[in-house]
Design a protein around this ligand. Structure first.
Ligand code: AP5
Length: 224
């Protein structure tokens, strides 16, 4: 069958990173998160990280030209040649057009855009309780998805902290940015017949099952 090139869309706190951790174990596809890539650049103090940090800390978007170049490099790497799952990219129609152009130039295309749908009030509840590990960014929630030992990552034993952009004032800006800049991608991909909706209000395990079922259906459709 042909490659699976998937996009995950959803508001901040929808559970994209949580599902990424689960899907990584299911499929032999690289999971490419622009948020994770940017945080790694900030941590390493690169030029890109320095430029990105102020946008991230305010809840705005990093400029398209920086992000598009970063993702284009990543998609050219060997492990992304047989398919990929993109998380947090594209986030604007400009980024979506750039991605479509890049893939077309390589004779490739998007297979589907998976929307993890969660209302704003739930986003705020989730983000206020989110904790991430300092080593690899594994996600937890103090109430909904707690670690086995408080404050310690189950997967790598590192310390759990709150992200800088999870402060309440920044969260509201991130939500506003999502509705203004990213939500138009829902119609963008729907009009191309590529959108698949996932109810993100269910438990992490149920959301995971739904995504796996959608991906299995895409594979079957592709085999027909
Ligand atoms: P990014 O890291 O992509 O942040 P985001 O999209 O705001 O998403 P989050 O990481 O906050 O949430 P998530 O959906 O992964 O939810 P999670 O699984 O953690 O981007 C950060 C910043 O980088 C952006 O603001 C922007 O500045 C910049 N950036 C990134 N990409 C860019 C781009 N393409 N263009 C320009 N700028 C870009 O879950 C949240 C919490 O809920 C967790 O505690 C989790 O345990 C809990 N939870 C998850 N699922 C469930 C569930 N089903 N039920 C109950 N609780 C749940």
């Amino acid at each position: 069958m042909s490659e699976l090139n998937l996009i995950l869309i959803g508001p901040p706190g929808a559970g994209k990173g949580t599902q990424a951790d689960r899907l990584r174990d299911d499929f032999r596809l690289p999971f490419i998160s622009t948020g994770e890539m940017l945080r790694a650049n900030v941590k390493d103090g690169t030029e890109l990280g320095l430029q990105a940090k102020r946008h991230m800390d305010s809840g705005g978007l990093v400029p398209d030209e920086l992000i598009v170049a970063m993702v284009a490099d990543r998609l050219h790497q060997g492990d992304a040649q047989d398919g990929f799952i993109l998380d947090g990219f594209p986030r604007t129609t400009g980024q979506a057009d750039a991605l479509a152009r890049q893939l077309r130039d390589q004779g490739r295309r998007i297979t589907a855009a998976l929307l993890i749908d969660v209302p704003d009030a739930e986003v705020v509840r989730r983000i206020s309780g989110r904790r991430v590990c300092v080593k690899a960014g594994h996600n937890y929630h103090v109430d909904f998805d707690p670690p086995k030992t408080e404050g310690i990552c189950d997967q790598d034993g590192s310390r759990l902290i709150q992200r800088d952009d999870d402060r309440p004032d920044v969260v509201q800006n991130r939500l506003d940015t999502y509705h203004a800049k990213t939500a138009p991608l829902i119609d963008y991909y729907d009009e191309q017949g590529l959108l698949r909706r996932i109810d993100g209000t269910r438990s992490p395990a149920e959301v995971h099952d739904h995504i796996r079922a959608v991906i299995a259906t895409l594979r079957l459709e592709d085999d027909v």
